[in-house]
Design a protein around this ligand. Structure first.
Ligand code: FES
Ligand code: FES
Length: 215
């Protein structure tokens, strides 16, 4: 049996042929609209409803730690990474944001003396820890020996990876991983330099390690 709207449409064709085009257009419009509604993924339809929902604000959490030798206390969204906390809340932009996936090493800092990629760390997991960033390495106007060695050996070009490289390089020497060029290369392979300053970086680390400077 034919649906009623189709019967009406056919009747109108015969009874009022001069309106054939109008009726046909109307029929096609209705059919296309119904088909479009039927075929629209339910996820899109639901999006409109979800847009109307106002999310409840996330409660702030208290955090305190030592940053470059000074106590810091603040309240943050629990989802904040250590990298974003340093750069966007505290304004320490020496720690760089590269991949934000733990792959490039641009965001390397020290936590309780060990190197760590700050983009992979929730800040709240570092309650009472000692954090050191590139801003905390120099002693006033006096560069840290590793910073001086990077300058001397021209161990950078654009400089974007350099703070992460230096933080890793200091950890490399402190942890006794700078005994040979091969061991330096192996330790530093978590820090990417798109400018390819790798040989000069190894030169700088090797020199600091051989100097016996207390870093
Ligand atoms: S930004 Fe953290 S590893 Fe790349
Ligand atoms: S100096 Fe440019 S990325 Fe390393």
């Amino acid at each position: 049996m034919r649906p009623p709207f189709l019967v009406n449409y056919i009747k109108s064709m015969y009874m009022n042929p001069c309106h054939f085009d109008d009726a046909r257009r109307g029929f096609l419009k209705k059919s296309v609209s119904l088909a479009a509604l039927y075929l629209t993924p339910s996820i899109l339809v639901k999006t409109f409803a979800a847009d109307a929902i106002v999310p409840t604000p996330i409660a702030k959490e208290k955090l305190q730690f030592i940053l470059n030798g000074k106590p810091v206390a603040l309240e943050i969204d629990a989802r904040t990474t250590m990298l974003n906390l340093l750069r966007e809340h505290i304004g320490y932009t020496g720690t760089k944001k590269g991949c934000e996936m733990g792959q490039c090493g641009a965001c390397t800092i020290h936590v309780n003396g060990k190197r760590l990629k700050s983009c992979t760390q929730l800040a709240l997991n570092h309650q009472n820890n000692k954090i050191t960033t590139i801003e905390g390495l120099a002693n006033g106007d006096q560069l840290h020996p590793m910073q001086a060695a990077f300058l001397k050996h021209d161990a950078f070009q654009c400089g974007y990876c350099t703070s992460g490289q230096i933080m890793s390089a200091v950890a490399c020497v402190r942890e006794g991983n700078a005994k040979t060029r091969a061991s330096i290369q192996a330790y530093m392979d978590t820090n990417i330099c798109r400018c390819g300053a790798y040989q000069n970086i190894v030169d700088a680390i090797e020199e600091v390690a051989k100097s016996g400077a207390k870093i």
